[in-house]
Design a protein around this ligand. Structure first.
Ligand code: ADP
Ligand code: MG
Length: 249
């Protein structure tokens, strides 16, 4: 059994079937990619995993526990952390200040910005944030304005913020979207490093096949809200249905 088990999940938006009968099993400590054309339902599926959307039918189990009906912050506390399609950092804050946010966040998922102004008394928080930045090779940028970082470094910071919560499952929605090749390659290396150094499962939605084939151990192809096939990268590459439906051949 996988650490994440999705069974018969369907989600409609009005008359539109965004997901129909989706099954997905993500094995612990693997990198599992979910690919598929635009509008296939990938982000909708991710939203169902983190409590942003509630499926109309089906079940979502994480480590044997149902996530359905739970608040996003509860699911986060269960060990699922998610990186959004567009970076969600505060551009006006420094790298270090952003890094402190998830460490300072209250157990109910709320955060008061003025907590940052009393940081003199939060030495341990600063230390933890600095330690995390060191692990992520960002220590030299800790006083930079986050808004001035490259796309790759914004993503790196955001991933660091997620990892500070020590998730067991990291979800990423198109983490390299809009990146130049160098930043994309840095992101690939970063995710490889994270995988090597931690007990973590990674599920990644990705458009860039170079990223997918560099990282994934299993791949699920989603088309029109339904999984077309789930297999190893080698088998996916040669799969006629995939070539037809996804690669447009
Ligand atoms: P993907 O991430 O694979 O590109 P999405 O999950 O974003 O696909 O979208 C799947 C389908 O559901 C698309 O047709 C999209 O327009 C539709 N959709 C997504 N979110 C909503 C929403 N909140 N309301 C209505 N339709 C939506
Ligand atoms: Mg999407």
């Amino acid at each position: 059994m996988g650490i994440l088990e999705v069974k018969n999940v369907s989600k409609n938006f009005g008359g539109l079937k965004a997901l129909s009968d989706v099954n997905l099993s993500v094995r612990e400590n693997t990198v599992h990619a979910i690919i598929g054309p635009n509008g296939a339902g990938k982000s909708t599926l991710l939203n169902c995993l983190v409590g942003k959307l509630i499926p109309d039918t089906g079940s979502v189990m994480f480590d044997g526990q149902s996530v359905l009906g739970r608040h996003p912050y509860e699911i986060n506390q269960m060990g699922i952390s998610r990186v959004f399609q567009t970076p969600e950092i505060f551009g006006d804050l420094t790298v270090l200040e952003n890094m402190m946010i998830p460490i300072l966040a209250k157990r109910d998922g709320t955060f008061e910005l003025n907590a940052l102004t009393s940081i003199g008394s939060q030495k341990d928080v600063i230390e933890r944030a600095e330690h995390m930045l060191e692990e992520m090779s960002m220590a030299d940028k800790r006083h930079f304005h986050s808004g001035s970082l490259s796309r790759g470094d914004k993503r790196r910071l955001e991933i660091a913020m997620c990892l500070s919560q020590e998730p067991r499952l990291l979800l990423l929605d198109e983490p390299t979207a809009g990146m130049a090749r160098a930043d994309t390659n840095n992101t690939i290396d970063l995710l490889k490093q994270i995988k090597e150094e931690r007990d973590i499962t990674i599920a990644i939605i990705e458009h860039d096949m170079h990223v997918v084939f560099s990282l994934a151990e299993r791949i699920t192809v989603l088309a029109q809200g339904t999984p077309l096939v789930e297999d190893t990268p080698e088998n996916i590459k040669g799969h006629p249905k995939v070539r037809e439906a996804y690669l447009g051949e």
